[in-house]
Design a protein around this ligand. Structure first.
Ligand code: DAH
Length: 379
């Protein structure tokens, strides 16, 4: 009887010696020490023995069990060690190899310029405001003092949505309840003036950069382009504030102290008086470089932006009292600014998505414009 047990143990140890995987070791463990295992069964026979018999058998069976359990643990440890070594060899990384070529993205000049604008105007106490690109005709035209019959509406080459997409002003609104408004793609960033004034009231100092849309397309016009709107409403604001603000901004943006502006009378429905702002430039190596008075020899004036004192009607439309509040506004093409500063000459390339153009004119994501390091990032 006992011979038989010793023989079975020898067989088990032999099988363990040949077990090449942790699964095989586990199968042997279950066969011997599992609930239904033969050694477990043997342990259970102790309970049915007489005390004398048990005194002899218990240490013997216990010793067999220990012998098998120790052998199992040992074999398992050896196999685990081998598996770990194999894994470490397989996962070996040579850190002295150069990093693989990773695809690189770049920041589009329009985004870069918008970041530069935000940085410069933040320093002057402006915050950045936004509005929807799908706009209604009240915010885009009416509240900017362009009534339905106003000829300026026709000049905007507006993309309108079909009539069935018109919205009716809800009862919860502070504006003309029940009025039907046509939906359109905003033709300028000026409606953000109205939205910001209605939402935030006065005093206010904002810039509103973003996309605008007009049904127009050639070398200098694309159906979608970018503008940045500026708005200051406070008490006792006059044209001098406007001129100083634009001058300060343009000097910071072009990183030149010799920027000279010329204000010409003009007309916009939403400003009164309205001024067109020109900037002096010189021609160097066939390229226009901003700086100096346009009246100097070899210089000229370039039209840069539209602006003026916000029309009293606009302040009323936004729900404020124009006897108490007044200010100025301007609108400026962002793409044009980028072209002037970074020397691109075809607007259409901005929106072609050509990787070679982006690699050449794009900016590193690490090249964050800051006033201290200079907003003029290096391309
Ligand atoms: N919204 C005008 C345009 O797109 C630009 C403009 C002119 C904006 C004068 C203004 C402004 O705020 O005062 O042509």
């Amino acid at each position: 009887m006992s011979q038989e047990h010793e023989h079975k143990v020898a067989e088990t140890l032999d099988a363990l010696g040949r077990a090449g995987t942790i699964e095989a070791v586990e199968a042997i463990r279950i066969e011997a020490l599992g609930k239904q295992g033969w050694l477990s069964g043997l342990m259970k026979t102790l309970g049915k023995m007489s005390p004398e018999e048990r005194q002899v058998e218990a240490p013997r069976i216990q010793a067999l069990r220990t012998q098998v359990a120790d052998a199992l643990a040992e074999r398992k440890a050896v196999l685990e060690e081998a598996a770990l070594t194999a894994q470490l060899v397989g996962e070996r990384l040579d850190l002295t190899l150069p990093a693989p070529e990773a695809p690189k993205g770049s920041v589009h000049p329009v985004s870069q310029v918008m970041d530069e604008l935000a940085e410069i105007f933040a320093d002057l106490g402006f915050s950045v405001a936004t509005g929807p690109e799908i706009e209604d005709d009240w915010h885009n035209f009416t509240a900017l003092n362009m009534a339905e019959t106003h000829p300026a509406r026709a000049m905007h080459d507006t993309f309108y949505f079909p009539d069935q997409d018109s919205v009716t002003v809800p009862a919860s609104s502070s504006e003309a309840v029940g009025e039907k408004r046509r939906m359109l793609l905003r033709t300028h960033t000026s409606p953000v003036q109205i939205r910001s004034l209605v939402e935030q009231g006065a005093p206010i100092r904002i810039i509103a950069p973003g996309r605008v849309y007009r049904s127009d397309s050639d070398a200098t016009h694309t159906p979608m382009f970018h503008q940045v709107e500026g708005l200051v409403i406070d008490r006792d604001i006059h044209l001098g504030h406007l001129k100083w603000t634009l001058e300060t901004f343009l000097k910071a943006f072009f990183e030149r102290d010799d920027i000279v502006l010329r204000l010409r009378p003009s007309y916009f429905p939403f400003t009164e008086p309205s001024v067109e702002v020109d900037v002096g430039f010189a021609v160097e190596n066939g390229r226009r470089v901003l700086g100096g008075s346009g009246d100097d020899d070899g210089h000229g004036w370039m039209e840069l932006l539209g602006s003026g004192m916000v029309n009293r009607r606009v302040i009323e439309f936004a729900g404020l009292d124009p006897d108490e509040w007044q200010g100025f506004a301007w609108g400026l093409g962002v793409d044009r600014l980028a072209m002037l500063k970074y020397g691109m000459d075809d607007l259409r390339a901005f929106f072609d998505g050509d990787n070679r153009w982006l690699a050449h004119y794009g900016f590193s994501a690490f090249d964050q414009p800051t006033l201290s390091a200079g907003v003029g990032a290096k391309a």
